[in-house]
Design a protein around this ligand. Structure first.
Ligand code: PLP
Length: 273
């Protein structure tokens, strides 16, 4: 595999970043996961806009988006994948052992790996830990994902593939790597960005393409919602058939099935929506 590291492609075993990189030592970094199919990325412009927003949120210099685009194209060219999970990582760079960034400038790494299509339905659990909607990094896609790692492990222990968080006021927020939609009384809702959730690209497209409402909802809406689905770059629109042990019969329900159809059709006809 060939990986882009700071300006050029390297073989995996020669692709090196310092062990004192600030991303490694304190999680001072941001990332994007981009889907790539048959040599082409999906929604790259939106991903790069979010990368810049995350960089500004952390006080990192704006990434050179021309370089990031060149890196993505070079990596895809060098690593043909049928369905690829491309990862763009951008960190504070080499730093002395301390809490400050060094002055060597940021690190950029772009890699791609083969992935497989997610099943149409899945199970989720809620977790007792909260997203802090008032955190300095709320809504930023940082590499500090330890809480998500712990929550996802909890989900796996319960035979689920995703864990859902509420926020500090008990409102529904998001998953460890996905946004959540619910159907109540035939209406499709997703938590607003003020809930502390990430501005998911898939979420944004589903809101635009289906007219879903952005609504603050209590976490326990999951106990009674008629339909639930997740969105993310690698899940697309994925129906939820079980929430905390409650089976939702007839999954995917009609609203979810329509969202899946609309998403598939629109995404197939526009690779950079
Ligand atoms: N929320 C979190 C915390 C995520 O990490 C992700 C995706 O990686 C999402 C939501 C979904 O975002 P997207 O649709 O851009 O993949």
């Amino acid at each position: 595999m060939q990986i882009w590291v700071n300006g050029g492609l390297r073989d995996t075993d020669a692709a090196q970043v310092s062990v004192l990189d600030h991303g490694m030592t304190v999680g001072d970094g941001i990332f994007e996961t981009v889907k790539a199919e048959k040599g082409t990325t999906f929604a790259l412009t939106r991903h790069l806009a979010r990368l810049t927003r995350s960089a500004r949120g952390l006080g990192l210099p704006d990434p050179d988006l021309d370089e990031v685009r060149r890196a993505c194209a070079a990596v895809l060219d060098a690593n043909p994948v049928a369905l690829g999970r491309m990862r763009i990582t951008y960190t504070g760079g080499l730093s002395p052992l301390g809490s400050e960034r060094g002055d060597t400038g940021p690190t950029l790494v772009v890699a791609v790996g083969e992935t497989s299509r997610r099943p149409d339905t899945t199970a989720v659990v809620t977790v007792p830990w909260t997203r802090n909607e008032r955190s300095a990094v709320a809504g930023l896609k940082t590499t500090s994902y330890a809480e998500n790692v712990v929550a996802l492990a909890r989900a796996h222990q319960h035979g689920a593939t995703e864990a859902l968080f509420g926020n500090t006021v008990g409102a529904l927020c998001e998953g460890t790597g996905s946004n959540v939609f619910v159907v109540v009384d035939g209406q499709l809702h997703t938590p607003p960005l003020a809930s502390g959730c990430l501005a998911g690209i898939t979420r944004e497209l589903v809101v635009e393409w289906t007219g879903a409402q952005e609504t603050e909802l209590p976490l326990d809406v999951l106990a009674s919602a008629d339909e639930v689905f997740l969105t993310s770059t690698l899940r697309d629109v994925q129906a939820v058939h079980r929430v905390d042990g409650r089976e939702l019969t007839g999954t995917p329900g009609p609203v979810t099935a329509k969202a899946m159809r609309v998403f598939d059709e629109r995404a197939a006809s526009d690779l950079d929506p």
